[in-house]
Design a protein around this ligand. Sequence first.
Ligand code: TYM
Length: 352
Amino acid sequence: MKEVVLSGIRSTGNLHLGNYFGALSKFVRMQNDYDCLFFIADLHALTTHPDPKSLHGNVKDIIAEYLAAGLDPEKATIFVQSDVPEIPELYLLLNMHVGIGELMRTASFKDKARKALGIKSDNDNDDIEKEIIGTDSNKRVNAGLLTYPTLMAVDILIQKAHKVPVGKDQEQHLELTRRFARRFNSFYGVDLFPEPTNFDFGGAPVKVPGLDGSGKMGKSEGNCIYLADEEKVLRKKVMRAVTDEGPQAPNSPMAQPVQNLFTLLELTSTPDVVKHFTDAYADCSIRYGDLKKQLAEDILKITLPIRERYLEIRDNDEYIARVVKQGAERARERAAKTLAEVRDVMGIKRFW
Ligand code: TYM
């Protein structure tokens, strides 16, 4: 039997290179060899983007981008999280075994709670718990943000997934998922949930940097290159990427913003191109303009074909509907089986 692979992306806008290299490109490579399920996490999107005007369109965009990037609905199950009502039910049940302390200590929760409360510091020691409890209702941190990791664990556990291809930023959530699975299994003395691990074809999980010299590429950071960017827009973004004044002496260490450009080059270009610019940096002959031109060229080789197919598929409502209807049926069938097992194990039995 093939191992089960599951992963998802929140529907909070178009996909960027971080989503592509951290997740989607791996989905496409894995679909031939594993029993794969890939979904759109629209319920998770509600924790930060509860906007009825854009939610449905955002879901559609990501389905179209999945398909445009090469996901094949005959090989992988492609579905929308909210089409599987078994997920919210298991979410309620699993929450009975999850501690609010462990949820509050999650890095992504602290980060999003700070954002919701308008607190700038990302000092891990600040007393965010006190801020949350003391806050007034205009600036609340919604409970869905707190229980986000339970919902993510349920996405994974309800399909009994073994492998979960995600970027580095999601590893803490995966660690919690393993902990919840272990805890459930041992509390009820069963072997119901496998403990899932990240997957990266033997490499380390990636963190794709932004173009602004800062840390990771992210929608809320405003530093993204999108798969759907027009050629001109994309070139402009790359040419405007932050650098420094250039190496002042042979073999100088690289500043973070320059290192970021090399990370992107390693992801998108061939090894000889990377070597050419690494050597040029080392002997101080590098021209950042040339590096950026090459980088834009190599990114476009990946994104433009996806963009073209995306624009076509996005207008094909009938095709999209067919894909996700079939996906929902398959995902629900499996989820219902797991949920029935869980209810049974927990002692929730019908009298009729
Ligand atoms: P989301 O929507 O934030 O991101 C989707 C995927 O993209 C990866 N990613 C990155 N990888 C590398 N570098 C970056 N700069 C970068 N930015 C984003 C993320 O690691 C992720 O793999 N909680 C998840 C969605 C989710 C999920 C799940 C994933 C819900 N349930 C179950 C797997 C299994 C999330 O917020 O991803």
